[in-house]
Design a binder for this molecule. Structure first.
Ligand code: TXA
Ligand code: MG
Length: 332
């Protein structure tokens, strides 16, 4: 059932559902989440079951404000606090040392916890309403509301199409950011970028004075992170990332016979086929991120077998979009 997230009655109903241990489709500024009370292990287990996600892949705990950090994290290093001050509420998740009894099932028993304070007004209203309940719900665990490995949802209708009408979903319109939050591991003394997103490496460096490391630069293995698996975000069609020249050469070879193919391109292309779907990728990374997952779903709905995508620039602003595209292509 989809409820209008702008209505106070919907927000109250959503908070009550979370308190009662039920699942909720929750809009955030990044993507829609499949939410449950972080400290209710049985409710959290339902998230893993509904998504088909292995319990060893930890969930992000969403909080109403930075005061709620003390309920989940043992300590907050200075650079993490600077990132919180600069970017919360907003699309940034911090991995921090976990308090022993907090969010056990959500974190898969790891000694760290991922915390994020979303800026979407509906998410914020729900999290605040949760804090006001008796007993309060301090944290809401929410992975992206898609089946494991599939494309993340950016509208309430996407969520309903993944999980059916039985799930309560708050409609908060289309997500502004469109790709999941940037994840920074703050448990290693220096910031480590686990997942790129709208908040870029440069943004992080400006806010805390430290250039984030990539996880490949770490000596030891990082915890399992499904949003960081190589093959992820898979549409049904096979995705190939290509440079412009390769793309045009491919279209030339196929000629007028090309069909069952969608092309998401940045540069002008020509094709002799009338049966190809051509879509132009926005020139700005923020706009490209906003429509990316919806576009992959749209291509799937057209029933194409192949999606050819022109590689975006290899610059920090495009890192989030490139990351999602690379992994969508790796799933083929
Ligand atoms: O934008 C987002 O972050 C969205 C919205 C709903 O807030 N949520 C999201 O959740 O993308 P999910 O579960 O699809 O991705 C969470 C990522 C996973 O890669 C997970 O492994 C990682 O965060 N993660 C969570 N807790 C972690 C921890 N303690 N250590 C390392 N990685 C962690
Ligand atoms: Mg996900």
């Amino acid at each position: 059932m989809i409820l209008d997230g702008k209505l106070d009655a919907s927000v109250q109903a959503a908070a009550a559902a979370l308190q009662a241990g039920q699942l909720l489709g929750l809009p955030t500024e990044t993507v829609y989440g499949l939410a449950a009370d972080s400290d209710n292990d049985a409710a959290v287990a339902q998230i893993f079951a509904a998504k088909g996600r292995p319990a060893s892949h930890p969930l992000i705990v969403h909080v109403a404000d930075s005061a709620a950090i003390t309920r989940y994290a043992k300590e907050v290093p200075l650079f993490a606090q600077q990132l919180i001050d600069a970017f919360w509420p907003g699309p940034l998740t911090l991995i921090l040392p976990r308090l022993p009894h907090a969010a056990k099932a959500s974190t898969g028993g790891q000694d760290s916890v991922g915390l994020r304070c979303p800026s979407h007004p509906v998410a914020h209203a729900v999290l605040q309403a949760c804090q006001g309940l008796n007993p309060p719900v301090w944290g809401v665990s929410a992975p992206s509301a898609n089946k494991f490995g599939r494309v993340s949802p950016t509208t309430a209708a996407h969520v309903a199409s993944e999980f059916g009408d039985a799930l309560l979903v708050l409609d908060g319109s289309a997500c502004e950011v469109g790709i999941e939050s940037t994840i920074v591991d703050c448990t290693r003394g220096v910031p480590v970028l686990l997942r790129p997103g709208a908040i870029t490496r440069d943004d992080i460096e400006r806010a805390c004075g430290l250039r984030p490391l990539s996880k490949e630069e770490l000596p030891a293995h990082t915890p399992r992170a499904s949003g960081t698996l190589l093959a992820h975000y898979a549409p049904n069609a096979k995705v190939r990332l290509m440079e412009y020249k390769q793309l045009q050469a491919g279209l030339d070879i196929l000629g007028a016979d090309a069909r069952n193919l969608a092309v998401y391109h940045r540069s002008p292309l020509s094709t002799a086929s009338r049966n190809i779907t051509l879509r132009l990728m926005p020139g700005e990374p923020q706009a490209a991120a906003r429509e990316l997952f919806g576009m992959l779903r749209e291509f799937d709905q057209l029933g194409v077998q192949l999606i050819w995508i022109e590689s975006p620039p290899d610059t920090p602003e495009w890192e989030g979009v490139r990351d999602r595209l690379t992994r969508a292509a790796a799933a083929a």
